[in-house]
Design a binder for this molecule. Structure first.
Ligand SMILES: Cc1cc2nc3c(=O)[nH]c(=O)nc-3n(C[C@H](O)[C@H](O)[C@H](O)COP(=O)(O)OP(=O)(O)OC[C@H]3O[C@@H](n4cnc5c(N)ncnc54)[C@H](O)[C@@H]3O)c2cc1C
Length: 450
């Protein structure tokens, strides 16, 4: 047994764990961060295509994500705007059309219905209890339905239904029949409404980080010096009245409090003694990760720009159905970035990378024409196969989970505290929410140790 005695051990060196550790260190606590992987950052990871550094995980930041912007400034990572000059493409019902701005040009009746739906969502979101959205009669009713079943009885035009399905996949990387309608409402509340979530200008996709978002956790980890131990998956946590023992395969560390800052599914792989309360254990088992493969495709030039296109596409029928321009400012190469999400990600995870590339190139030809037929490079990152993420972007709650198990989401269990973007109260699913959760968990520990 390692005899070191720490004030706090943090499990996981993603944004949440790193932020918690920095807060605690600043308050003079002895902190140790145990990270399963050989790198920090979790769902934020660096990659490379045609000599350009890229983000294989999260990358965008919106103007209302203040904690993330503040953190980026603190480690001197600057932002620059997502390219938006020109028109976007919409592929709906086998028809390709162009539109400006963030809301696709749907058939007139659907557009009217979408406008009404947005107003309705605003009212429903406003009625949610901010800290415990599962409380209240309506919340219980909303939690008893999937997004799909709610859609079938509340939305009547085909294009609006299809648009909501696309949004569900794009936001949660899950199919509308898998997610509680209440979970979607709470996600929209946390992200300050639908427009703030899906928009580029003024929304969560407004800006990117110069050199990549991955630098932020990397630089945060440098401030923690030797407090981080990589390649150290935590296997067991044992607590009693006097402290906690945290064991990896090779060591056992002792401390006063633990912050578990992993995705919910990975927290279930840790052995707890005494066992977690049934409500917490049940919750952790019932929060599956979404499924996503992030794809970068490179061309000699960003040819779509000269056709008056932004490079952004939304489609209801292709595998590669959400994409954006990712080209460097000097246009030395044309880069498109996008996602295979939900069922498409599950299906294509079983394909070879070569077959995925062929299908995706075909999808791009449908959108942009023959210019897209010959990419010069292709990189994809299958998050469903990441042992220490289990998927992405975020875990969701199926029907019935939030109302029965929600109370356990952030509630400490003895000396154990819970962080991670899934426990956020604002911007769940985003870096910003992860930072918020780390700050909250650190505060809880500081109070407990007063
Ligand atoms: C493809 C993709 C695109 C995304 N796009 C965006 C975006 O544009 N903007 C945005 O804000 N967000 C985006 N996100 C979401 C964002 O990446 C996450 O919300 C955020 O990184 C979560 O941080 P976290 O610290 O909560 O969890 P994680 O990043 O998952 O960190 C948890 C850490 O715990 C470690 N761990 C797990 N189990 C153990 C164990 N037993 N012992 C020790 N360590 C363990 C993991 O290895 C990991 O490092 C995206 C995510 C993906 C996958």
């Amino acid at each position: 047994m390692n005899s070191n005695k720490w004030d706090v051990i943090v499990v996981g060196a993603g944004f949440a764990g790193l932020k918690a550790a920095l807060e605690l260190k600043e308050s003079g606590k002895q902190v140790l961060v145990l990270e399963a992987r050989d790198r920090v950052g979790g769902r934020c990871k660096a990659g490379e295509i045609c000599g350009n550094t890229i983000d294989l995980g999260g990358q965008w930041v919106g103007p209302n994500q203040h904690l993330l912007l503040e953190q980026a400034r603190a480690v001197q990572v600057e932002t620059y705007p997502q390219y938006t000059q020109g028109e976007n493409l919409l592929y709906l019902n086998h028809k390709l059309s162009r539109y400006r701005g963030d809301l696709p040009r749907l058939p007139i009746l659907s557009l009217l219905e979408l406008g009404l739906l947005e107003q309705r969502w605003k009212r429903q979101i406003k009625s949610l209890n901010t800290h415990k959205p599962w409380l209240g009669k309506k919340a219980q009713r909303w939690d008893s339905q999937s997004i799909e079943s709610w859609l079938k009885s509340n939305v009547f035009t085909d294009a609006t239904r299809e648009f909501v399905r696309i949004i569900t996949r794009a936001l949660l990387c899950a199919e509308p029949n898998q997610v509680s309608y209440l979970c979607l409402l709470e996600y929209m509340r946390q992200g300050q409404g639908l427009e703030s979530l899906i928009n580029t200008r003024g929304g969560a996709q407004q800006d990117k980080f110069v050199g990549g978002a991955w630098q932020i956790p990397y630089r945060m980890s440098q401030q923690l010096n030797d407090c981080i131990v990589l390649n150290s998956p935590v296997r067991g946590i044992t607590q009693n009245d006097t402290g906690v023992e945290v064991s990896t395969t090779e060591h056992t560390y002792t401390c006063q409090h633990v912050i578990v800052a992993t995705p919910p599914g990975l927290a279930t792989k840790i052995h707890y003694a005494p066992k977690l309360p049934s409500q917490k254990w049940g919750l952790l088992q019932r929060m599956p990760m979404g499924a996503v493969i992030k794809v970068h495709v490179a061309y000699e030039k960003p040819f779509w720009r000269s056709k008056g296109l932004t490079g952004a596409v939304v489609s209801d029928s292709h595998h590669f159905n959400i994409l954006f321009d990712q080209s460097p400012d000097d246009e030395s190469v044309g880069l498109l970035v996008g996602f295979l999400d939900g069922a498409h990600a599950i299906e294509m995870s079983a394909w070879s990378e070569k077959d995925r590339k062929t299908q995706i190139t075909q999808d791009l030809v449908d959108y942009f024409g023959r210019d897209a037929a010959n990419p010069i490079a292709y990189v994809d990152q299958d998050w469903t196969q990441e042992e220490w993420s289990l998927g992405g972007y975020v875990a969701h709650m199926p029907p019935g989970v939030m109302s029965q198990f929600g109370d356990a989401l952030r509630e400490p269990v003895g000396r154990l505290h819970w962080a991670g973007t899934e426990t956020a109260q604002q911007w769940c699913g985003y870096f910003d929410g992860a930072l918020e959760s780390g700050i909250r968990a650190a505060k809880e520990v500081l109070q407990a140790q007063q």
